[in-house]
Write a new protein. Structure first.
Length: 316
């Protein structure tokens, strides 16, 4: 066996620690060092007299070094997630224009990141570190605008439609700045649609973990029984999983249909319609009347109004 030269007391201590690490795990029973010490307590690492027989660091006099190392590991800060977004989304959420327009501007070379031109709209951008410029000017966040629109049926919740059908943007042309819809209402659904350039608020409202309630009035056919409505309350199985429990209130009935109110705390694609279809029924009319505590009230269909500061505060 090759001999390792020892040049100092520290070398001897480290070698002793390494030998103890290799040797001690072999023994299952360790005798107490002093009278009255329990063998069981020694096996667990300390005898009744307070000695630490099974800790090679203590045996080699290296306990302080080990504790220092543990303290340094514990003191390491938890990595924070950076607010990364694609470049096209950064431009859109800043109120400059739609994501489609942003892509075309980026491809045209009108956007720089940290003074370097880029033509990649999918480039990741750190909002706290990167400097984005549009046409040579710093990208500035515009004044926050919050619009409540009474969306009619027959309008798409998108910026442009390849088939030329009307969109919600046709109804808010006079707002004066670009806004993004907070969630979506499908072509045949009417009611309250929030539009804003406040990305943080939009993400909070649409995040299922926020549990922001959305209230709908529904007309379904054929007429639904109490058992049907109870199924909606408890949750139904959809292709993308069971729905959360909902608040459901019967409004009125006729021989052929049922009017009811339903309050959801999630916003899946066509969720209300799919929940009713799971009962072997169909939705004839669907209107969203409230988002959180904000009601559509007496706003005429197809018109919009600004939210009050108090209403905005209720969504934060």
């Amino acid at each position: 066996m090759a001999q390792v030269p020892l040049h100092s007391t520290g070398d001897a201590s480290r070698l002793a620690a390494l030998l103890l690490i290799q040797i001690l795990p072999v023994f299952s029973i360790v005798a107490p060092c002093q009278p009255g010490a329990s063998p069981v307590s020694v096996q667990r690492g300390t005898c009744t007299t307070g000695c630490y027989h099974r800790d090679p660091f203590v045996a080699a006099g290296l306990q302080t070094r080990r504790e220092d190392t543990v303290d340094r590991v514990r003191a390491r800060p938890t990595p924070q997630k950076r607010p990364l977004k694609t470049l096209e989304r950064v431009l859109s959420k800043a109120g400059v224009g739609s994501r489609t327009e942003a892509r075309s501007w980026i491809h045209a070379g009108r956007v720089t990141v940290n003074d370097e031109a880029t033509r990649n709209p999918d480039q990741w951008v750190d909002l706290q570190r990167d400097r984005v410029r549009f046409d040579g000017k710093p990208l500035e966040v515009r004044e926050r605008v919050y619009v409540l629109l009474y969306k009619p049926t027959g309008y798409l919740t998108t910026y442009k439609d390849p088939e030329g059908r009307p969109t919600v943007y046709d109804l808010v042309k006079d707002v004066g700045t670009f806004l993004s819809p907070v969630g979506r209402l499908d072509l045949d659904t009417s009611g309250l649609l929030l539009m804003t350039n406040d990305n943080g608020l939009a993400e909070r409202v649409t995040n299922p973990e926020s549990h922001v309630p959305k209230t709908y009035l529904v007309k379904a056919t054929p007429a639904l029984t109490d058992e049907h409505l109870q199924q909606l309350r408890e949750g139904v199985e959809l292709s993308d999983g069971p729905t959360r429990p909902a608040r459901v209130t019967r409004v009125r009935d006729s021989e052929t249909d049922t009017h009811f109110e339903i309050v959801l705390t999630e916003g899946r694609n066509r969720q209300v319609r799919r929940m009713v279809e799971a009962l072997d029924a169909n939705v004839l009319e669907l209107v969203r009347v409230k988002l959180g505590p904000i009601a559509i009230g007496t706003l005429p269909i197809g018109k919009w109004r600004l939210l009050t500061p108090r209403e905005v505060a209720t969504l934060r």
